[in-house]
Design a protein around this ligand. Sequence first.
Ligand code: FAD
Length: 493
Amino acid sequence: MSTILNAKTMNGTLYPTTIPAPDDEIVTPNGTGTVADDDGLPDRFDVAVVGGGLGGLVAAATAAKAGRSVALFEQASGPGGRARTRVEDGYAFNIGPHALYRNMDGLRVLGELGVEPRAVQPGLDGAFLVKAGRLYPLPAGLRSLLTSPLLDWRAKLEIGLFLGTVGKLDPRPLEGLTLRAWVERAVRSPGARQLIEVLIRTGAYADDPEQLSAAAGLRQLKVGFSGALYVHGGWQTMVDDLRARARAFGARIVSGARVAEVELDGSDGPAAARRVRAVRLADGRRFEIGTAVLAVPPHKASALVDGGRQAALADWAERAVPIRAASLDVGLRRLPRPDAWFALGLDRPLYLSVHSRWARLAPEGGALIHVLRYLGPSPSAGAEDERELEGLLDLMQPGWRDEVVARRFMPEITVAGALPSVDWEQREGPHAPFVPGVDGLFVAGDWVGPDGMLADRAIVSGARAGQAAALRPSQAQAARGSDAATLLAMGSA
Ligand SMILES: Cc1cc2nc3c(=O)[nH]c(=O)nc-3n(C[C@H](O)[C@H](O)[C@H](O)COP(=O)(O)OP(=O)(O)OC[C@H]3O[C@@H](n4cnc5c(N)ncnc54)[C@H](O)[C@@H]3O)c2cc1C
């Protein structure tokens, strides 16, 4: 299951010829675990990390860097979760459009672990707004704003003011307001309101202004304005680097290993007395552990502990409302219209970007395009959504259907485990990696606040969970502690 990209088939020359196939991705004959990290696994660890997405990998690397013995268990054939990249016919497909941002805290966290994504900032030329099935230049600069036929003079003035001051806007006073409530209060022109909501939707991936926290949305927009970054070769390159660093710190990354349960002590005692004891895999293996980091979506985290009855985890699982999208990813032999690279729907929740215009993701002369529909609270419309996404491609890249080499449609994919709604951010969601009521149990992932959104939230919460887990005594120290306690008890007898 290696990801091998041949530089000869990629645009440009900067990208390494191959991403070496890591030895721990070789699945063992019985399909459970992987050779390198699975062989000779000790039966006791300080920290078990459940889930090998960005959150889990960062948690594992952080705890291992701090000197703890760590095993990460990932149910899929390799780590990465939703940050994986599939390479098909030389096209490197992320799971839908993925961008990092220059100012996201997660980049600093990755840097501290020794991971520097190789990425490029896309330009804003060839960018459009779509309204009523027609393309209009995106008002990204003063000239295009002043000449835009989409906005009246009041909207132009308000958008100009907003874009000029957004960098200095403080999101904190907006805690407790939804995006819609804030925009209606702060902006008078309907055209400007609509465009501001579109910009925030693009950063937050959420078409839910009635629920999205204005503070979270504004924070994300500010981070977005620092500059998006498309990763050469896809996000898998970042995942592979992160895994390599985690392993260099001593973490064992075990793929093909589904965790069935995190066992607790004191099941009959008071809630406060409960603590993590062991992790049990679906194949029956069991490991004694000091702490566990659940780096999986909220409903899965809950199902792993106490049969879904652990109070805090069950509450988070019940209240989390995922952010979802429908995504059409296509690899083309050539781009029919070589000057149309980016589009945002003004009256429909749509996105299109030719990621390969900027990052090396397609064979020479080819193009990789991500087209996405932000799904709001209503369910996916399946084939209808696919037709709408194809329609946007028809508009931007007429003739694209004759050039298709590879394509994939995902009708409903989870972008983030929990929408940062006002309720989630203020009261309902986790604001620290700790699981109340269980000693030594932590959570990480893109649903665990309070920092960032999406991958940024996953990475930062992973670091916080890894640090918290590393603060607990190691298994060796705990054993020494209990020996000392035994000696003391014997001495006093
Ligand atoms: C279409 C799309 C576009 C996106 N665009 C962006 C973007 O532009 N910018 C951005 O910042 N973010 C973006 N994201 C979000 C980003 O991909 C995620 O926030 C991030 O990858 C989530 O990481 P995670 O570790 O929280 O979860 P995941 O990646 O979901 O990892 C969880 C892992 O746990 C494993 N697992 C589950 N149960 C078990 C078990 N019982 N035992 C063992 N393993 C288990 C899963 O297999 C998975 O690998 C996008 C996501 C999508 C889908």
